[in-house]
Design a protein around this ligand. Sequence first.
Ligand code: FAD
Length: 308
Amino acid sequence: MSILVLAEHQDGALAGATAHVVAAAKAIGGDIDVLVAGEGVAAVAEAAAGLDGVGKVRVADNAAYAHQLAEPMAALIAELADDYGHVLAAASTSGKNVLPRVAALKDVAQISEIIAVESPDTFKRPIYAGNAIATVQSEDALKVITVRTTGFDAVGEGGSAGVEAIDFVADNSQSTFIKEELAESDRPELGAAKVVVSGGRGMGNGENFKLLDGIADKLGAAVGASRAAVDAGFVPNDMQVGQTGKIVAPELYIAVGISGAIQHLAGMKDSKVIVAINKDEEAPIFQVADYGLVADLFDALPELEQKL
Ligand SMILES: Cc1cc2nc3c(=O)[nH]c(=O)nc-3n(C[C@H](O)[C@H](O)[C@H](O)COP(=O)(O)OP(=O)(O)OC[C@H]3O[C@@H](n4cnc5c(N)ncnc54)[C@H](O)[C@@H]3O)c2cc1C
């Protein structure tokens, strides 16, 4: 049985998510190939070849995959899929864009956001915003799976897989790359940060998020937000943590002025240590917090920053 893992990469670097997906592939068991598709991706392929457990890296280095548009990526994977029993990608924005198309092209069901592998055909995945865990079994010959990266510890380095070029060039007449606008930040990426400090509606306005910046700078943390804070226009929506935002599981998550709605918890409750600062002692966030501080954030944050 062979497994194809779609490598995620940006700006010529392999994304950390891929090492988590390879870990999921290892849990399934079998030969693991990693597909690197893009333009000028030799360094990405080399990094993928160094991941523990990878047997082979297949590289489609062609202008057709330059911006990893979903249509040519899906066509490429569908072309290769007959060699495999499983195709895996991270349940990231890119993975969620590409894999459902692959499933449709191969006429199989997609299995979304697995968090555990029971056996090669049976997986666990959260449903109802993480309030229940479904165990799902697939009888499809090809299993197309997105992996919630927080569910699997990343594999390390130390592999020395061979690298093989793929000639297939997908014919894409459906979509065209126009432009991209990337948020620039010196902070760690929200999904990969070891410490996340998030603010909610209680922050009051976007200006007050500066109170979190000072703490984040001291802790080397990423800054996140609740949806209410995003919807109110305090901060951009790429900072949203939760069911319809990013799923994070850092070593430390500090929730400030966030009530703890289930949709927010769905995005952060697997964090190792959760700290909540809220002036309402009845706030549901305290039910999941390891450490709770009932305080006005406008008093607590400056004091915390000063003590740090
Ligand atoms: C389909 C769907 C998807 C959703 N997806 C998401 C999602 O991905 N992420 C998400 O976050 N939400 C999501 N939501 C919204 C969610 O239900 C909540 O509305 C939202 O999380 C509330 O955000 P909040 O905790 O910041 O605001 P509130 O619930 O208004 O809480 C604000 C908190 O701040 C505290 N506070 C106020 N002032 C202070 C102060 N001075 N000092 C200390 N504490 C203070 C208050 O006591 C309160 O607990 C979704 C909802 C739906 C229906």
